[in-house]
Design a protein around this ligand. Structure first.
Ligand SMILES: *Cc1c(COP(=O)(O)O)cnc(C)c1O
Length: 447
């Protein structure tokens, strides 16, 4: 597997190099040059296979020759030791629950795989590194949990003080050990900007920094597997399927684009966003404008005013976008609009959807999942397309108990993994949004 940079100004690299580096030297994001194609027979063979087995078979083709089979099998079975339920809403609509991992968010799928792959390479090479990551809530906790206790990897996670829930914060601050949490007096975009600047900073090169954000290709590839899994469970090849994906930084959606590239007949990818509607506007007008600052919405892990993965999407459609959001080459907008639909869901609609789904189906969802469902319903209303659809629930309702309680009167049951952190002591450092302060902190901390 060879990877190129979305800024098209860096050498091609191997998967290992892209995984460890995170960002390309030209500040672009790595993308696979070519991906394997799965045949009808292969997809059929996934139908009854356990999730980790599907993950193993998909990854052994995608990463052919990169990781030995025995290690890869051990890694996938160790990473995916939890359920991936497909819950029927009606005969045409399923909710894929990606919220059963240790931190109760879909980010566990990516973080657990990435941590184990990094450990595999670093262990073989006897090296160490520091993961630097910005989070709007769930990445940080999933990454911290996935890397916690690994010998040769230290994790520093930055989160916006006012934008994460108590429970999300505790998931990052109660681990300690090789995990450092930093509370930033700013927004997610500020955290992301500081992290990006640190990666580009020549004076920090000796610190051996790596990223674990959705910008790391090691996170993207595992996020294609559950689309293949859902398709194999629910459809007969070559029947079409629709996925509705609650989106913020668009890494989850890019996983679906990869699955489609690998042969899954996805009729429409619905990228549902909250009131940060820069992508729906872009698809509508062809003009891209970031939202600065991003808006605070109930689905706080999706409060992103400029999704980094947009650059990846644009290269898949023949265009080029730099990290600032400037488009230097137009993508094929007609093909893009044909494959991808993106709609914005307001906070009021999000709340109403949590209520409706509980009243009609007796199912509890949280704000991110509600954005996905409402986005699907809106798409159906305007398109009359009744293809079987899978909408993603990306977090456990217990991570957002206030909203769930307010709309349904029900107190969501807290999964065991979240219960345990309630009473634990918190460890964190506080920083502002200026880069100089952050840099000084890193140099003192890591020397
Ligand atoms: C991160 C996150 C999202 C958004 O995923 P992206 O890959 O950033 O688009 C949606 N829901 C939850 C619960 C998340 O944590």
């Amino acid at each position: 597997m060879k990877l190129y940079s979305t800024n098209l100004n860096a050498p091609e690299v191997s998967f290992r190099e892209a995984l460890i580096a995170g960002l390309a030297p030209d500040r672009g994001l790595y993308m696979p040059k070519d991906l394997p194609h799965f045949s009808k027979e292969e997809i059929d063979s996934f139908r009854d296979a356990p999730y980790p087995e599907i993950a193993y078979r998909v990854l052994s083709k995608v990463l052919e020759g990169e990781v030995d089979d025995q290690s890869l099998k051990a890694i996938t079975y160790d990473a995916y030791n939890y359920d991936v339920p497909l819950e029927e809403l009606d005969s045409n609509t399923y909710i894929m629950r990606l919220d059963r991992g240790p931190t109760a968010s879909f980010k566990d799928f990516a973080a657990r795989m990435m941590a184990r792959l990094m450990q595999y390479y670093l262990g073989k090479e006897n090296k160490s590194l520091t993961i630097l990551t910005a989070t709007s809530g769930d990445t940080g906790s999933a990454v911290a949990d996935a890397f916690y206790g690994l010998d040769n990897i230290r994790v520093i996670v930055l989160f916006p003080t006012g934008e994460v829930s108590d429970r999300q914060r505790k998931q990052m601050t109660t681990l300690n050990g090789n995990i450092t949490a930093i509370s930033v007096d700013g927004k997610f975009d500020d955290c992301q900007a500081m992290v990006k600047q640190a990666f580009a900073d020549e004076d920090l090169k000796h610190l051996n920094l790596s990223s674990a954000n959705s910008i790391n290709i090691g996170r993207l590839v595992p996020q294609s597997i559950y689309y293949i899994y859902a398709y194999a469970r629910l459809r007969d090849y070559p029947e079409d399927i629709i996925f509705s994906i609650p989106s913020g930084n668009f890494g989850n959606m890019m996983g679906c684009v990869l699955a489609k590239t690998m042969g899954i007949p996805v009729r429409k990818i619905i990228a549902s966003v909250n009131e940060n509607d820069e992508v729906p506007c872009f698809l509508l007008t062809g003009q891209y404008e970031k939202i600065v600052p991003s808006k605070n919405c109930l689905s706080n892990a999706m409060n992103v005013g400029h999704p980094s993965n947009l650059a990846r999407l644009i290269t898949v459609y023949g265009g080029a976008m730099d990290e600032k959001g400037n488009i230097s080459k137009e993508p094929d907008m007609a093909r893009l609009r044909n494959d991808i639909h993106s709609g914005s869901v307001s906070d009021d609609q999000t709340k109403a959807t949590i209520r409706d789904i509980y009243q009609k189906y007796d199912i509890l969802i949280e704000p991110h999942g509600a954005v996905g469902i409402k986005g699907l319903f809106d798409y159906r209303a305007e398109s009359n397309d009744d293809t079987l659809a899978v909408t993603l629930e990306t977090a456990d309702p217990a991570k957002f108990p206030e909203h769930v309680r307010a709309e349904t009167g029900i107190e969501p049951q807290i999964p065991q993994s979240l219960k345990e952190i309630e009473e634990k002591e918190e460890f964190m450092d506080d920083l502002g949004t200026d880069y100089a302060g952050f840099r000084k902190y890193l140099l003192e901390k890591l020397g």
